[in-house]
Design a protein around this ligand. Structure first.
Ligand SMILES: *Cc1c(COP(=O)(O)O)cnc(C)c1O
Length: 355
């Protein structure tokens, strides 16, 4: 398998591809309902929640939209220090929400006291935070931010994008007091793209019941009514649900803590290599992502030539994203990849640079 060091879609294990190609079942069949139930049930461990997990036939961005439609009548705060957080803001505005932007320098984390200050006395219905900014390779201190928001504005719901961290970095939704955590299948979960997962707290679901114009496809209240009967209002992504069911068992077999450690070690390997070879790291120390490393192209490596060189060896890396597209590039180290894979990549890099 030619490893892809990109932050999604990532390589998918042959066992998962095989699970996806099993014969279809009608989604109202008892056999499918059992699979749907247990796949979502097992996924709760990844979120660190006792609450419910909804499965959606969409990519993660669909849930950016679902979240603002379900949890916000009008007033919300959006924390931004990267391109995906900015997308959530754009989604909120395009859905007619009155979103206030709390934007900080993209090379800095969102700090708990900044968010506490911004929410105090404002009656925001919700605050959105991206856990792991895939554009900048920065992990925001979500646990601390959530604690600060809860103290400063207890009724504000805390909505978290964990698209590029869930299954690769720690997430304790219940312990951290989060209300909504969304992710996509094609990143750390190492499934094919097309499935989005959302964990929803009880109080968030209660709030949703009071919000008008939630829409239909992403109406979490409607989805919950169906979920309680082990089904969905519309046709689920059946093959992806089979795949999720098997992948949850594979992750449990590896052990979630081993999996998280493997991701951290891949990040440390990439970071140490970058420092030793004259590349800056875009994200500051202490806030670097465990799942994607964003390097500054300090030595001025010819990126198209490097990418071509790597591709000849069956490897892919990612360019920069958004406004830092041309000055940075990214090594995705998530999903099924190992430290040995990362070392193979870095050795090829050295070979290229030595040329
Ligand atoms: C990839 C990504 C998204 C977008 O997810 P899609 O599944 O492509 O819609 C959103 N947020 C973050 C942090 C991401 O990495």
């Amino acid at each position: 398998m030619a490893p892809m060091f990109v932050p999604g879609p990532v390589d998918v294990a042959p066992e998962i591809m095989a699970a996806q190609s099993r014969p279809m079942l009608p989604h109202r069949a008892k056999e499918f309902e059992a699979i749907f139930h247990r796949a979502a049930d097992k996924a709760r461990a990844l979120f660190g929640t006792q609450a419910r997990v909804h499965l959606h036939a969409s990519s993660g961005s669909g849930l950016h939209e679902g979240a603002v439609r379900n949890f916000v009548h009008q007033k919300m705060l959006t924390c931004v220090n990267g391109a995906f957080a900015k997308r959530w803001y754009d989604v909120a505005v395009s859905n007619g929400k009155q979103a206030t932007l709390l934007e900080v320098d993209w090379q800095a984390p969102i700090l708990p006291e900044q968010v506490a200050e911004a929410v105090r006395g404002q009656n925001y219905e919700a605050v959105t935070i991206v856990h792991n900014e895939t554009s900048t390779g920065l992990m925001n201190p979500v646990a601390e931010i959530a604690a600060a928001v809860r103290a400063a504005s207890p009724d504000t719901l805390i909505l978290v994008d964990a698209v590029s961290s869930l299954g690769g970095a720690e997430m304790q939704m219940d312990a951290w007091g989060l209300d909504f955590v969304l992710t996509s299948s094609q990143k750390c979960l190492a499934l094919p793209p097309g499935l989005a997962l959302a964990a929803i707290s009880d109080r968030a679901l209660e709030k949703a019941k009071t919000v008008e114009n939630r829409g239909w496809y992403f109406d979490f209240v409607r989805l919950e009514t169906h979920r309680l009967k082990d089904t969905t209002p519309a046709t689920p992504a059946i093959g992806l649900v089979y795949a999720l069911d098997v992948q949850m068992d594979r992750i449990a077999a590896e052990g979630l803590s081993n999996r998280l450690l493997r991701h951290r070690q891949m990040a440390e390997t990439s970071q140490a290599w970058a420092a030793a070879h004259g590349f800056g790291l875009y994200a500051p120390e202490g806030y670097r992502s465990h799942t994607v490393t964003t390097l500054e192209n300090t030595p001025g490596v010819d990126m198209p030539a490097l990418k071509a060189f790597l591709l000849e060896r069956g490897m892919r890396i990612a360019g920069g994203y958004g406004p830092i597209k041309d000055t940075t590039f990214r090594i995705g180290h998530m999903g099924e990849l190992t430290v040995a894979d990362v070392q193979t990549l870095l050795t090829a890099f050295e070979e290229f640079m030595g040329k």
